[in-house]
Design a protein around this ligand. Structure first.
Ligand code: ATP
Length: 583
């Protein structure tokens, strides 16, 4: 397959903002492609080369890319830098460069999909001494043989800015449409949720159809997408939803961890499926000691503990450990952690995800011997509102955020990747007005004035509308930043900067700077109100207004464990507003 055929599809996708049309275009591409190529097409279209949980990451540093481009185009770095400052997007810069500079095409070979993929993978994998030169050479070779439009997309993928706006859900729809029917999407989605590998799902579907997908099972080493919870404001409503009785557990404020145990080999994955193993050798060791069996997948919350008092500490204390390659020993002493396990998804060759929760919990207690560092989540089966309230207070006193209620009915299987009422969170903050934090996505910024001159004065924050797959603004956020964070923001956000509003952002405000929806910040507001200038849930309560968060403050937590689609949804904010009004 020629790379130009893929690029033609990218251009078509970029020229539409209709999700339906995108789905059609992608489905057409999948249908006309050889099954052997589907996996690579899926990854590349999402701006990656491998599933999320693999270590290889593209994203050449801008400086290195700039040097590569100057070398490949036979021009001065200063010239590239100037154009880059003007255009703001390496893709456009590269395309322009090649439109004007290309002198000879005599020796160029048309790029194939395989060559592009193989070279990019080598780039992502090369490390250590001489790797910079190798990366530059490999990329320059590709650019040499690329047409200007191909070069645009090579630049974007190499620098980690593919941004076609094709969400995972769209790829799932397109795959179902291409190789089965629209109605078969749930089967395709299930396969993705248990394997977290969209490329593999595409390839199996193309080769073997839906029956092939049925054969994809939970495997140790392949993280499952996490089961998520809905929220409700009172024990009455929770018990009613659960059929009068449920298992209530402490809701720990930590880092969710999915541990894959295969004999002596243990891997830890985050809720975002990042490999956390390197940052938590102590957890690996204590799990190894606690586990009684051959292989398993267990889930739990990793919480920092104050070694002096034995009290649980806030989540921020463990977030330091993530991705930290050095000083792990120091970090382990500074922030020792404990894991509270709450689920078992696989044990000794058996997929347990279809079993009801009580059976999974039994399996968990069977295969783990508790210790100081590995425990189970505090859990109690309750059917009485007052008992729940008492347990809730107990959880708060223990330093937890509240309770998780979990269904124990026959259909309480582990629903990978799904947010539903099988799990319901009940947090302290529901008791007062808008004291619950929300996680919002940065979509734009406004230049600062006065003391903040030269910096950002405020950020434009959005919720994620899970029905339309778009981002809707809910507030301008300017409070709660300390000086160091304020000074660091421009650089931190620079990699997401866009020349204009992102196609999936709905805004009635015109920001000074636009960003790709990527960074997620935790925000605490005083109340929710109607506003004609914000687009969150626009028209849902009153025809001419959306929802806005009043007096928002940044809590100091960058939720980099969350993808933009994991941010607080428009639907959640709407239900928070409705509950507040009822009071
Ligand atoms: P979400 O994960 O629902 O998108 P979030 O990351 O803001 O949102 P919460 O909504 O506060 O987290 O609650 C869900 C999270 O609570 C889980 O992902 C898990 O990390 C954590 N958690 C703590 N204790 C438990 C428990 N006993 N059972 C399940 N999850 C728990």
């Amino acid at each position: 397959m020629l790379y130009k055929d893929l690029v033609r599809v990218y251009e078509a996708i970029e020229s539409t903002s209709s999700r339906l049309e995108m789905t059609e275009i992608l489905a057409g591409l999948f249908r006309s492609s050889d099954c052997a190529h589907i996996r690579r097409i899926v990854y590349l279209t999402q701006g990656t080369l491998v599933p999320e949980f693999y270590p290889e990451k593209l994203g050449l540093a801008d400086k290195l890319y700039l040097r590569t481009l100057a070398m490949a185009a036979g021009t001065k770095e200063s010239e590239v830098r100037q154009l880059w400052a003007k255009e703001g997007d390496p893709g456009t810069v590269t395309e322009r460069m090649f439109q004007s500079k290309r002198q000879t095409t005599l020796f160029s070979r048309p790029l194939t999909l395989d060559r592009v993929y193989d070279s990019l993978l080598k780039i992502a994998r090369s490390e250590g001494s001489g790797s910079q030169e190798l990366k530059m050479r490999l990329l320059a070779d590709l650019l040499h043989d690329a047409t200007p439009v191909e070069a645009r997309y090579l630049a974007r993928i190499a620098t980690g800015r593919m941004r076609l706006g094709v969400a995972t859900q769209t790829v799932l729809d397109s795959l179902a449409q291409a190789f089965a029917t629209k109605a078969d999407k749930p089967v395709v989605e299930r396969a993705f949720n248990v394997t977290s590998d969209l490329g593999m799902v595409g390839e199996v579907l193309c080769n073997e159809g839906l029956e092939g997908l049925d054969r994809l099972h939970v495997t140790v080493g392949n993280p499952l997408r996490a089961m998520l919870a809905e929220r409700l404001p009172s024990p009455e409503e929770i018990l009613e939803r659960m059929g009068g009785r449920a298992m209530f557990e402490y809701k720990y404020d930590g880092l969710r961890v999915q541990a894959h145990i295969d004999g002596e080999r243990i891997k830890l994955y985050s809720r975002r499926l990042e490999d956390l193993t390197g940052g938590f050798p102590d957890v690996v060791e204590s799990l190894r000691k606690a586990f009684r069996g051959k292989s398993a997948i267990v889930e739990g919350e990793c919480v920092p503990v104050d070694i002096n008092t034995g009290e649980l500490l806030p989540f921020q204390e463990v977030s330091h450990r993530r991705g930290r390659k050095h000083d792990i020993t120091a970090a382990m002493e500074e922030y020792p952690v404990r894991v509270h396990l709450f689920d078992c998804l696989y044990l000794d060759g058996e997929d347990l995800t279809e079993l009801p929760l009580p059976d999974r919990r039994t399996a968990l207690t069977r295969c783990i011997e508790v210790s100081e560092e590995v425990r189970f989540s505090e859990a109690r089966v309750l059917d009485d509102v007052e008992d729940v309230e008492r347990f809730f207070t107990e959880a708060l006193t223990a330093g937890c955020e509240g309770l998780m209620a979990k269904s124990i009915n026959d259909d309480s299987a582990y629903r990978a990747g799904a947010r539903g009422y099988q799990w319901i969170k009940y947090k302290r903050e529901y008791r007062s007005e808008m004291t619950d934090t929300v996680d919002l996505v940065v979509v734009g910024a406004f230049h600062g004035r006065g003391k903040r001159g030269g910096l950002y004065g405020a950020l434009l924050m959005a919720t994620y509308n899970s029905e339309t797959d778009r981002f809707e603004t809910a507030c301008k956020l300017g409070s709660g930043f300390d000086d160091a964070t304020l000074a660091a923001l421009p650089e931190m956000l620079d990699r997401y900067r866009l020349p204009q509003r992102h196609p999936r952002v709905d805004s009635r405000m015109s920001a000074d700077v636009w960003f790709e929806p990527a960074a997620v910040l935790e925000v605490l507001g005083a109340e929710l109100s109607l506003s004609p200038i914000h687009t969150c849930a626009f028209g849902k309560i009153r025809e001419d207004a959306g929802l806005a968060i009043r007096f928002p403050r940044f809590t100091g937590a960058f939720r980099d464990d969350k993808m933009p689609r994991d941010a607080t949804t428009t639907q959640e904010l709407l239900s928070m507003y409705e509950k507040q009004r009822k009071k």
